[in-house]
Design a protein around this ligand. Sequence first.
Ligand code: AMP
Ligand code: ZN
Ligand code: FE
Ligand code: FE
Length: 292
Amino acid sequence: MRIDLHTHSTASDGTTPPADLVRDAHAAGLDVLGITDHDTDAGWAEAARAAEQVGLTLVRGMEVSTRHRGEGVHLLAYLPDPTYPPLVETLGKVLGGRGQRLPLMVAALAEHGVHLTEEEVRAANPGTDVVGRPHVADAMVAKGYVASRDEAFARWLGPGRPAYVDRWAAPLVETIRLVTEAGGVTVVAHPWARGRAGALPAQELAVLRDAGLTGVEVDHQDHDEAARAGLRALAGELDLVVTGSSDHHGLGKVDHDLGCNTTAPEQYERLLDAAVRAAAASDREPPAVLVG
Ligand code: AMP
Ligand code: ZN
Ligand code: FE
Ligand code: FE
């Protein structure tokens, strides 16, 4: 059984529509796919219809933009009830922060001779409200300022670059609790991605586990072998579920092909067991867990 639990569609900053993402996953030999667009469940319904058609198991998720001790942390939330009002409110605030950041990025770029309008950025993916730096990058590519998303981040949009602008993110520990209350489970995405190990050392992962965190993403393209080995050992000590994923973004990220990293079936079963427990404890109607 091949399981990829972290992917993006055009519901956020991936370049593949949700139904095509599911079909691509099936064609790539995957049996289970997690759709985890940034800060939204907007792709779930379309993906679920396609999953039913091709006979693939879909795990409904999202990647929530959070902050912990001043550092940005991406939190994968699987199977929460997306209508739980505190979750809706939090995602609304994240979206508001994205909206406030966009004119500031456009202004910063203009100061450096890169002229884009907000409309041009939104036109990069008219199907989503979740406007991110990748869409700014796409607009820069479309106007010939850079050759790729990568170049746009390296020269303009990454931390410390001239058009980098911070935005609001949800408090991490509170978000773990909130997703649990919504009947879902949480996994920290790429916790030790390049140069980031300092933000979530062992003692912080223990704090998050005590707050209800279920797992850590270990096998990810942004983790080298040493990070993977260290995190895997730590997950064992802390009894956290270990996941692996492609973090696929369609054409938006190179070297993130569907299924390039996968989650072991027994770890996936542990994650689902935790989701069943959270759903039972939540008194809330959980979204259909799976199709196929
Ligand atoms: P934002 O959500 O607007 O803060 O942008 C973050 C998104 O940009 C994440 O989905 C990252 O995967 C993506 N990203 C970060 N660095 C790069 C890069 N060098 N090339 C393409 N996408 C990137
Ligand atoms: Zn992304
Ligand atoms: Fe991420
Ligand atoms: Fe991601």
